[in-house]
Structures are given as C-alpha cells and as structure tokens.
Design a protein around this ligand. Structure first.
Ligand code: IDP
Ligand code: MG
Length: 153
C-alpha cells in the first residue's frame, strides 16, 4: 500500500503548555517516526484563533474555544510523514477524552472536551488551510537537508 507523504498541523494547546506536557506530546510524534519540519511557541490573537476554528463559528462552544486557545502560549508544529494527517488524529485520540482510544494523548492525559490538550488537522484540505495560518514558507526546515548533515557529520 502506498500512502502520500503529508504535512499536518499540530497544536499543543495552552493547557498542554501550562501542564508541562509539550515534551510528552512532541516525543510521541517523534517516536511514531514523524518529522518536525517547523515549530514555534506563540500566543494567538482572537482574529487568528477565529480563522483557525472558522468551521465552528456559530456553535455554542465557539466563544469559549476562542477564549481558551488565546488564553496563553501554545506550541505549533508542522509534522511530516507517511499518512501523517490520519496518523496524528489516531495518536491524539477522539475529541472527547472519554471516547478517546486508550494510549492516545487525550485518553492518557485529558479529562474534558474543552481541555483536550492538542489539535491535529482532520483532512488534507484542513491541513493546508491551517498550516498557512501558522507558518510561512521560510519557516519550514528541509528534512533532506537535516538528514544530509547527519550523514556527512
Ligand atoms: P478536534 O479538535 O478533535 O478536531 P473539533 O470538533 O474540530 O475537534 O472541535 C475543535 C475543538 O473544540 C475541540 O478540540 C474541543 O476542544 C472543542 N470542542 C468541540 N466540541 C465541543 C463541545 O461540544 N463542547 C466544548 N468544546 C468542544
Ligand atoms: Mg477539528
């Protein structure tokens, strides 16, 4: 079976940063074999938060969601690998931690849907749209360049 190399957006949300779980989350991505190609810590403003979560505009939890995601620093990552979009969704688990598969980030570390620690894009179209909100072209480090440096020493 051949799958495409994809890039997806991961956010370690403000609860992950304040609980000291960024390393745990990043470590799980790395152990799965995914490659971090861009990463930064930032605090979102309301405009960017609403753009990121635009599909939820109008839902009852939207205001709380925007207020939470802007409440403190988060860590944004662009993560590359084979079938990474679906793979990262699997790794983080279902939106509601009570429904998340055991062994997933949300099942292992979260209790409630409103504080579920991590975001991962849910489709190729979402990944493309969301990555553009967080990263510009020059933010991306080339995976090939990194491998060549290790080989040459
Ligand atoms: P996802 O993060 O698993 O993709 P979405 O349905 O896209 O889930 O929702 C985005 C975020 O909004 C969720 O991660 C969660 O924090 C929050 N959220 C979703 N549904 C609810 C809800 O019914 N009540 C409160 N917060 C919710
Ligand atoms: Mg979503």
């Amino acid at each position: 079976m051949s799958m495409a190399v994809e890039t997806t957006l991961i956010l370690c949300k403000p609860d992950a940063v304040s609980r000291g779980l960024v390393g745990e989350i990043v470590s799980r991505l790395e152990r799965r074999g995914y490659v971090i190609v861009a990463m930064h810590m930032m605090q979102l403003d309301g405009e960017r938060a609403r753009r990121h979560y635009q599909e939820h505009d109008g839902k009852p939890f939207f205001a709380d969601l925007v207020s939470f995601i802007t409440s403190g620093p988060l860590v944004a990552l662009a993560v590359e690998g084979e079938g990474t979009i679906e793979g990262c969704r699997q790794l983080i688990g279902a939106t509601d931690p009570l429904r998340a598969a055991p062994g997933s980030v949300r099942a292992d570390f979260a209790q409630t849907i409103g504080r579920n620690l991590v975001h991962a894009s849910d489709s190729p179209a979402s990944a493309k749209r969301e990555l553009e909100i967080f990263f510009k072209d020059s933010d991306y480090m080339s995976r090939r360049h990194d491998l060549e440096r290790w080989i040459k020493g």
